[in-house]
Design a protein around this ligand. Structure first.
Ligand code: PMP
Length: 321
């Protein structure tokens, strides 16, 4: 919402039951997250609204977290109410003591690793997961970037075949992001066997002749929380949507390409490997979806505000009675 200027570089984080400054948070080197990348993470945007903060599409983020934990056999340390309460606590601590302003967009980063044990590949018995939560300001892409669009490069997808798991083992994605950075690109768009998969940290959408396409949900991509949302928004905007395999040549002949993620929302790709996408300008489908995205945020904020007022007036009534 607003530019970051007065934000602490040392947010208050939650680690294994305690709130501590990030600079003081420590995990043992035998944590399996460090040794094996044996853990799961989640990233959810927190948008401010009158009298509070909404974790946008939080139910969906928590469901994906639960799915990922389940797929690697880590017991979810909290239920939905527990996660909500914990993130509220971290937000409150950062607003009170670490310079996070109540009107600032923020991001909740949650990580759970299998825990600490003597090094050995198979799951050790009887260990406690390591639980980490960090809330930091979120700087969404600005109007200039949306108006201009971003440049992406393409690459072969060489990651493992469990991309549906939101694992902290991100080396394949890290290498892709580095490849994009070295080529002055915003994102690397990947193909596996000649078919579109996704970006290094985003889902990718194609528009052709007014129809919106995305690769189907599968183990080859991470199902972004924006995947389901954008699917819904296409319905709201009367844009036809189809999930199907997209060949590399089709993507190169697209009218529009869009990338989506929690920290980027939706962004138009106007250049792919030095070729313009469509007419080289952000398209009408992007514009409609961006507007619908902002309406969805406003609607959730309004609902959260009303729910909060409901709770407050209920507790006032209880006090009066
Ligand atoms: N794919 C990958 C590989 C990602 O890292 C992300 C970002 N977490 C996404 C897709 C988009 O997911 P979301 O919309 O939940 O941010």
């Amino acid at each position: 919402m607003t530019a970051v200027s007065d934000v602490s570089l040392d947010p208050i984080v939650y680690l294994n039951g305690e709130l501590v400054p990030l600079s003081e948070a420590r995990v043992p080197v035998l944590d399996r997250g460090f040794i094996f990348g044996d853990g799961i993470y989640e990233v959810a945007p927190l948008y401010p609204h009158a009298g509070g903060r909404t974790a946008f599409r939080f139910r969906h983020h928590l469901a994906r977290l639960a799915r990922s934990l389940d797929k690697i056999g880590i017991v979810n340390p909290f239920d939905a109410a527990g996660w909500r309460e914990l993130i509220d606590r971290v937000v409150a601590a950062n607003e009170a003591d670490a310079g996070l302003r109540a009107d600032q967009d923020a991001i909740a980063y949650v990580q759970i690793t299998r825990g600490v044990a003597k090094r050995g590949h198979a799951f050790p018995a009887g260990i406690q997961p390591t639980v980490f939560v960090m809330v930091t300001p979120l700087n969404l892409p600005g109007a200039a970037q949306r108006a201009q669009g971003v440049r992406c490069v393409t690459a072969e997808d060489r990651r493992w075949l469990n991309c549906d798991i939101k694992s902290v083992s991100l080396l394949g994605n890290v290498l892709m992001a580095q490849y994009a950075a070295e080529n002055d690109a915003f994102e690397a768009i990947q193909f596996r066997d000649g078919m579109l998969t996704e970006g290094s940290s985003s889902n990718v959408w194609m528009v052709k002749d007014g129809v919106m396409y995305a690769p189907p949900r599968s183990h080859k991509i991470l199902e972004g929380i924006r995947y389901g949302l954008i699917e819904e928004l296409t319905g709201e905007c009367a844009i036809r949507f189809e999930a199907r395999e997209i060949a590399e040549a089709e993507l190169r002949a697209a009218d529009e390409i869009i990338v989506s993620s929690a920290t980027k929302e939706v962004l138009p790709v106007t250049q792919l490997d030095d070729q313009p996408v469509g007419d080289g300008k952000p398209g009408a489908v992007f514009a409609a979806l961006y507007a619908a995205y902002q309406r969805a945020k406003a609607k959730e904020a309004q609902e959260a505000h009303e729910a909060q007022q409901g709770v407050e007036s209920e507790s006032r009534e209880r006090v009066i009675a």
